[in-house]
Design a protein around this ligand. Sequence first.
Ligand code: AMP
Ligand code: MG
Length: 414
Amino acid sequence: MVTAPISLAEAQQRIIKQLRQDPGLQPTRLGTERVDLIQAFGRVLATDLASPVDVPAFAASAMDGYAVRSSDSVFQNTAPHVLPVVGESRAGGGKPAPLPENSAMRIFTGAPLPPGADSVLIQENVEALSPDVDSAGQPRIRTQERTQPGQHRRPAGHDVRAGESLFSAGTRLNGFALGQLRACGITTVDVYRLLRVGVFATGDELREPEATLAFGQIVETNRFTLHSLLRPLPVEVVDLGILPDDPDLLRQHMRQAAETCDVLLTSGGVSVGDADHVKPVLEEIGELSFWKIAMKPGKPVAFGRIDDTLFFGLPGNPVSTLVTCLLLVKPALYQLAGTEPPQALRVPATAMHAFTHNPGRLEFQRGWYAAAELGLQVRNTGDQSSNRLRSFHQANCLIEVPADQARIEAGEQV
Ligand code: AMP
Ligand code: MG
């Protein structure tokens, strides 16, 4: 059993290392399912995907104007160049006839280039001449421009070529990816099954808000805040209710939940009080990896497993629960779900006020940052006590206060 506190960085490294190395914790254990694209938003791709086709499938015009052959003799003479207009090509208007030499075809954005044409004169650089006796009633154009090969032309496969790799397994599909897949004619994809994350709250004092609260009881909130925090992830959150501080019930429910969930989160009962049974129960029915981290809020955190179910016992204070979930659980869940955790942006900002801090533990205050003339500035959200959910009000960042720094002055960088 590890009793000395470890650093947050070490805790994060140990978790990621275990997840990478443990054959029982690889995303392939989740299995895959085939889903329609519309259901695939936010899911993690289980296979590599290449495009079966060229996109676009045909050479098309990028502009409204006139398709021409850049090598035509009419362009070798000095400007202006005058060309007869033979027909037109519209987007969705079918296959255009081949373009004869020394002539132009009216064309619109996205319309196929006629065979023979290799370039487009944009209409802004062209003067349409009214038909006259000379042209025997045929419309003509005049331009000063000597066109270049390939000008304003989108070749076939300009966006994606047939056989080109699109996405590799482990990619989390966002709207852009879905659009790209759809453009390539792919309508279903194989994704990993969602990671099942079971969430318990523990504590004799916790009640649902509908209950009449006896003196000393409080409304349970951690299941709600955890659920909201985890909703955007590729996971399915399973609400497992509130458990009392009773080791027998904890043992029974944790065992049972481990059979159906890939990950279990509990809040509360991981400290060293007489009512804190989560840690001993975990040691009894599973394995405990560590339980004290030198961070504030959130010192006691139990990490371990029950068979192939990963276990996080988070502290019960509402702020500690969320901060430890953000810093330790979230990255692990991405990894377990089969995709790289997004890197949190860590940037310097100017403190808008002085910060005081009890040296010893790395502290994460809830903060509000905004762009200022010379970079970012940041303030905290008031009283940072770990029972105050209100300290998340309007917060858009966490402010790192280094373990050994007792005071940060206004104007200093944090
Ligand atoms: P614990 O970690 O069990 O010692 O709990 C620390 C503090 O957080 C206590 O004041 C608990 O009443 C409170 N607490 C624990 N779990 C919850 C919860 N799920 N919702 C709201 N407050 C909680
Ligand atoms: Mg408790």
